[in-house]
Design a protein around this ligand. Structure first.
Ligand code: APR
Ligand code: PHB
Length: 391
C-alpha cells in the first residue's frame, strides 16, 4: 500500500489532518492502535476557539457543531464566595468560544472520513515508523495477525503523548521541556443541567473546582484532587458535597446533582518536544505537547498544528518546501504562548501542597488585580479565546 501521507493516530489531530488533506486532493491513510469505540469513549475537554471553529468549517465538518454547540461570550472566576465575570466577547472585540465535546467532534470527523471511504485502520498492533530521514518513509503494523506496510512521502505523528512517533525521533536532536504539577483533576460527567450559563473557574481553600458542560442537559464538573486519590474512593455523593463546598453559596444552592455517567482522574502536566519535524516525520497535537487542562487549550493546540501542517503539505505538493521547513518554528511560537497561559491559569487557581504564605498572597494579589484591571482581564480574555495566527 502506498499513500502520500500516512497518519499515525485517529484522535482529533490525525482525523482533522486527514480531512483537510482529503479536501485538497492529497491521499492519506490513518493508522490507529485502539478500536473506534475506545477512541470515541474517551471523555475530554470541550472548549473550541474561534480559529479552531474556522478550521473545522474549512474541513467541512462544522455543521453539527454549529447546530448543537453552545456559544459562550464569557467565563466566571469565583473566589472568596463571589463570582466575577470575564467578558470574553467585550474584551476581545467580539470573539467567543464554542462549547462542544471533543467526543462529538471526533465522531463528526470519523463520520466524514467514513463518508468519503478514506482508508482507516483501527486496532493496528505493533505500529512502527521507518526511514523518515529519507524520501520513502514507511509505517509498519500488524492487523488480524498479518504484518502490513504502508509506504508514503510523509508521516504525520498524531499519536498522542504515549505514541510511537515522538519516541522514534533521533534522541540527539529531540529536546523536551516539562513541568509536572503535584495534583490531579477528578472529572465527573452527569445528565444534569449545568449550574450556570457560563463556565465557573473556582479558586477555593479546599482546592480548585470547575463547572463546565456539554449541553443544556449534560454537565461536566472537575475537582482538584490528590494524585494519590482513586476514582473508586470518590463516591458520587462525596463529589457533589465537595463541589458545593468549593462554590459560592448561590451556585452551591442551585447545583443539580445526579448519578455520574463517567468519572476519571487526570494528572496535570506541561510538556513540549522540540523540534516537531525530523526529516519526513512531523509531530502534531499531544504527540508534541501537553498542557494542563486549566486553559482548555489541548484540542485547540492540536488544531493549530494541523492547520500549519495541512497548509505546509498542500504547499509541498504545489512545488514549495517553505511550509514544511517552517512548520516546527511556526507551531512552537503558538504552542509556547498557550503553554504559558495554561501554566499561568494553573498556578493562579489551584492550591499547591507545597505553597507557603508568600505563594498564597501572590495568588490573592493576582486575583484581586485581575478583577479590578481591564488590562489584566483583556490579557486573560485574548488568550482564552485563542491568539490570532500571525501567518
Ligand atoms: N500507533 C497508532 N496509534 C496510536 C499509537 C500508536 N503507537 N499510540 C497512540 N495512538 C493513538 C491513540 O490511541 C489516540 O487515539 O493516537 C491517538 C492520539 O489521539 P489524542 O490522544 O486524542 O491526541 P491528539 O489527536 O493530538 O488530540 C489532542 O486530545 O488529549 C487531548 O487534550 C488533548 O484535546 C487534546 C487532544
Ligand atoms: C471541559 O468542559 O471538559 C473543560 C472546560 C474547560 C477547561 C477544561 C475542561 O478549562
Amino acid at each position: 500500500m502506498r499513500v502520500q501521507v500516512a497518519i499515525v493516530g485517529a484522535g482529533p489531530a490525525g482525523l482533522l489532518l486527514g480531512q483537510l488533506l482529503y479536501r485538497a486532493g492529497i491521499d492519506t491513510m490513518v493508522i490507529e492502535q485502539r478500536s473506534q469505540d475506545y477512541v470515541l469513549g474517551r471523555i475530554r475537554a470541550g472548549i473550541i476557539e474561534q480559529v479552531a471553529i474556522d478550521l473545522l468549517d474549512e474541513a467541512g465538518v462544522g455543521s453539527r457543531m454549529h447546530a448543537e454547540g453552545l456559544i459562550h461570550a464569557g467565563i466566571e472566576l469565583c473566589f472568596n464566595d463571589v463570582r466575577h465575570r470575564i467578558d470574553l466577547k467585550g474584551l476581545t472585540g467580539g470573539q467567543q468560544v464554542m462549547v462542544y465535546g471533543q467526543t462529538e467532534l471526533t465522531k463528526d470527523l470519523m463520520d466524514a472520513r467514513e463518508a468519503a471511504s478514506l482508508p482507516t485502520v483501527y486496532e493496528a498492533e505493533d505500529v512502527s515508523i521507518h526511514d523518515f530521514d529519507g524520501e520513502q518513509p514507511r509505517v509498519r503494523y500488524v492487523k488480524d495477525g498479518l504484518a502490513r506496510e504502508v509506504s508514503c512521502d510523509f508521516i504525520a505523528g498524531c499519536d498522542g503523548f504515549h505514541g510511537v512517533c515522538r519516541a522514534s525521533a533521533p534522541a540527539g536532536i529531540l529536546r523536551t521541556y516539562e513541568r509536572v504539577y503535584p495534583l490531579g483533576w477528578l472529572g465527573l460527567l452527569s445528565e444534569t443541567p449545568p449550574v450556570s450559563e457560563e463556565l465557573i473557574y473556582s479558586s477555593h481553600e479546599r482546592g480548585f473546582a470547575l463547572c463546565s458542560m456539554r449541553s443544556r442537559t449534560r454537565s461536566r464538573y472537575y475537582l482538584q484532587c490528590s494524585l494519590a486519590d482513586t476514582v473508586e474512593q470518590w463516591t458520587d455523593r462525596m463529589f457533589w458535597d465537595e463541589l458545593k463546598r468549593r462554590l459560592d453559596p448561590e451556585a452551591a444552592e442551585s447545583l443539580v446533582t445526579g448519578p455520574s455517567i463517567e468519572k476519571s482522574i487526570a494528572p496535570l502536566r506541561s510538556f513540549v518536544a522540540e523540534p516537531m519535524r525530523f526529516g519526513r516525520l512531523f509531530l502534531a497535537g499531544d504527540a508534541a505537547h501537553i498542557v494542563p487542562p486549566t486553559g482548555a487549550k489541548g484540542l485547540n493546540l492540536a488544531a493549530s498544528d494541523v492547520r500549519y501542517l495541512s497548509r505546509a503539505l498542500i504547499e509541498f505538493y504545489s512545488g514549495s518546501s517553505d511550509g514544511i521547513d517552517g512548520y516546527s518554528g511556526r507551531c512552537l511560537q503558538r504552542i509556547w504562548k498557550a503553554e504559558r497561559f495554561s501554566w499561568w491559569m494553573t498556578m493562579l487557581l489551584h492550591r499547591f501542597p507545597d505553597a507557603d504564605g508568600f505563594d498564597r498572597r501572590i495568588q490573592e494579589a493576582e486575583l484581586d488585580y485581575l478583577v479590578h484591571s481591564v488590562a489584566a482581564q483583556t490579557a486573560l480574555a485574548e488568550n482564552y479565546v485563542g491568539l490570532p495566527f500571525r501567518d
